[in-house]
Design a protein around this ligand. Structure first.
Ligand code: LMR
Length: 396
């Protein structure tokens, strides 16, 4: 049966995890896959997650199915977390949220839903975008098109070119936007730029689709949700795929959600039924455990404030590392080449290195990053920061 299949190259991001684990060098640095690491280089279980886990285990009385939409408490809490409890679309009963197996699950379910409504619809993604967007959306049948985004020469945003491209897109097409902490480049839209994009979406009639995988890891929960909330208040129809992998540290538990805002209650109900039917045909029902913890943490005020404190610590650590990296590079190079790092948001930055330089860092220094020179800033700590900066300067 499978003799027709060819051997594939390892996944560009996940392949790095395996290569790093196999490397026996004493000082190896993992800046590859986007998982938060603490100062000890460890991806911890959040204390609030342990607390919620103890309560959950004590109170859970059954392991029966949760049903295709998932945990109702989780769905309600996530909706308010993302869109804000004062969101008009929620008050008007036009939002439907279903739990999904991770942000990836939400992206795929959304893509299947879109393909049911408009087979082969075009979805515009930023140049660049997260590598896995292409199979998640494209394999469901959507046509992937690209709009300008990252300005490699300025390490910033090609905002004019982006707007010019969006102004050519019309109703029936979708535009995928990174809600915050752009993956891979770390360059986000400022509030005024979100206002402009929301205005273009409204005028042109395309459907915005927000991928919100890093909420709270950029500037703050409300600040990072500015764009998605602006869109929700501006356009009649919006799709949001969100993840709790990073901001709750629940990566392997696969906790995500798909939220759809529809123009009317009647359409929202149709979408809700269709989404559940899509899920039924892929994985039937989402896993319960991680979402049950998140729902509880968000609903119980003491747990929620403890979560906020831990999330703030993670965000502050990343942002402090950004400033430190820029200062250390500038002290070594006597120029402003890496001054852009503190202006970027979330876990990632593009260093602007060539593939050959990235390869040398891996082979000669056991420093792992994605080929595009995307680094996971959280992988830096006080033990490896000088080693890392020296190595980068050596291969420049
Ligand atoms: C990343 O971009 O590194 C993360 O989102 C993990 C993944 O699945 O690629």
């Amino acid at each position: 049966m499978f003799e027709t299949l060819k051997t594939l190259q390892p996944d560009p991001i996940l392949g790095l995890m395996a290569a790093f684990r196999q490397d026996s060098a004493p000082l190896k640095v993992d800046l590859g896959v986007g998982v938060y690491k603490d100062e000890a280089g460890h991806t911890p279980i959040m204390a609030v997650v342990r607390e919620a886990d103890a309560l959950h285990r004590n109170e859970e009385t059954s392991k029966t199915y949760v049903g295709p939409p998932g945990d109702p408490m989780f769905n309600q809490q996530i909706q308010a977390l993302i869109l804000g409890s004062d969101c008009a679309a929620i008050a008007e009963n036009r939002v439907r949220t279903v739990q999904a197996p991770g942000g990836c699950g939400a992206l795929r379910v959304a893509a299947e839903l879109i393909n049911r409504a408009r087979p082969g619809a075009a979805i515009w993604v930023s140049d660049p975008t997260w590598a896995n967007h292409v199979p998640l959306l494209g394999d469901a049948g959507l046509e992937i098109k690209v709009y300008p985004y990252y300005d490699a020469a300025q390490q910033g945003l090609k905002f004019e070119a982006m707007c010019a491209a969006l102004n050519q897109i019309g109703a029936g097409d979708l535009v995928l936007l990174h809600g915050c902490c752009h993956n891979p480049c770390g360059v986000d839209l400022a509030p005024a730029q979100w206002d402009a994009v929301a205005g273009i979406a409204q005028a042109r009639g395309f459907t915005p689709f927000v991928d919100l995988a890093y909420l709270g890891l950029g500037l703050g929960l409300a600040e990072d949700a500015y764009g998605v909330r602006k869109l929700a208040a501006t356009v009649p129809e919006l799709i949001v795929a969100s993840s709790c992998s990073k901001n709750f540290g629940l990566y392997r538990e696969r906790v995500g959600a798909l939220s759809v805002i529809s123009p009317s209650v009647a359409e929202a109900d149709i979408v809700y039924g269709q989404v559940q039917n899509v899920a039924r045909g892929i994985y039937s029902m989402p896993p319960n455990y991680g979402a049950a913890l998140v729902g509880r943490i968000l609903a119980e005020p003491t747990l929620r404030s403890a979560w906020n404190v831990e999330l703030t610590e993670m965000r502050d650590r990343i942002n402090a590392l950004r400033s430190q990296l820029a200062a250390k590079f500038s002290a070594r190079l006597h120029n402003a080449r890496f001054d852009f790092i503190p202006a970027q948001r979330g876990m990632f930055s593009f260093l602007g290195l060539s593939k050959e330089q990235v390869q040398r860092l891996k082979v000669e220094y056991s420093i792992y990053m994605v080929d595009s020179s995307r680094i996971n800033v959280a992988g830096i700590n006080q033990k490896n920061i000088d080693y890392f900066c020296d190595a980068v300067c050596a291969v420049l």
